[in-house]
Design a protein around this ligand. Structure first.
Ligand SMILES: [Zn+2]
Ligand SMILES: [Zn+2]
Ligand SMILES: [Zn+2]
Length: 221
């Protein structure tokens, strides 16, 4: 332990430096004092709780929770993701965060789960059925298939809410809507991928064919 040693920059920390609170290697500085990854993050989490006027868990309690977390392989207890004490490669969502459950308990969960806890009423995300999401607009829980997803991640609003918003926006600003449609038409035409006209669509052709066949049958009778 090296409580007396102080360093100005992370680069100044000697390779054999240990944490102020435990024998783990010291990798981060706070007030020029060396901390290991875990104790540095514990400090951050307690300070964050303080600045947000939330309950601050006892240091010993947090250390015990961190200890069991590491023995369990740094796995988020809510989603099973492997977490890190510090932000690695900008993946803030994988960092360990302090979760204040509504029943007063504390937990160490990943950043993603922490955000979900905050957004979903009553910690309901723990009881959400698999492949389901809650739409923040209409507050309904719907299967993932009801959420638009052109790329990979699903849109946060459900399809019905998103469609309603799009239609409202078009109604509010018809000129812009027309301009967007014209630009889209010009683009599709330039790359030769215009959709068939309504009268040439498969459905329309099938309908005409059915009409013709019905007429032929009538004549035959
Ligand atoms: Zn430590
Ligand atoms: Zn999680
Ligand atoms: Zn919705």
């Amino acid at each position: 332990m090296n409580a007396a040693q102080r360093f100005r920059r992370i680069a100044d920390i000697p390779a054999d430096a240990t944490c102020r609170c435990c024998p783990a290697p010291g990798v981060r500085l706070h007030s020029q004092i060396v901390y290991c990854e875990m104790h540095y993050r514990i400090r951050q989490m307690r300070n964050c709780a303080r600045s947000r006027a939330k309950a601050i868990p006892d240091l010993r309690l947090l250390e015990a929770m961190a200890d069991s977390l590491m023995r369990a392989g740094m796995v988020c207890q809510d989603c099973g993701k492997t977490m890190t004490w510090l932000i690695v490669e900008n993946k803030r969502a994988d960092q360990v965060t302090l979760q204040h459950y509504r029943d007063g308990r504390f937990g160490l969960v990943c950043g993603t789960c922490n955000v979900k806890h905050g957004h979903l009423p009553g910690d309901m995300f723990l009881t959400l059925p698999p492949e389901h999401k809650r739409c923040p607009q209409c507050s309904e829980v719907k299967p993932l298939a009801d959420y638009p997803s052109k790329g990979k991640p699903h849109f946060s609003w459900c399809r019905a809410c998103k469609t309603r918003r799009t239609l409202e926006a078009r109604r509010r600003n018809p000129e812009r809507d027309l301009a967007v449609r014209r630009a889209r038409y010009a683009y599709l035409k330039s790359i030769g991928q215009l959709p068939p006209k309504p009268c040439q669509s498969k459905a329309a052709k099938a309908a005409r064919k059915a009409l013709r066949e019905a007429a032929t049958q009538e004549r035959a009778q």
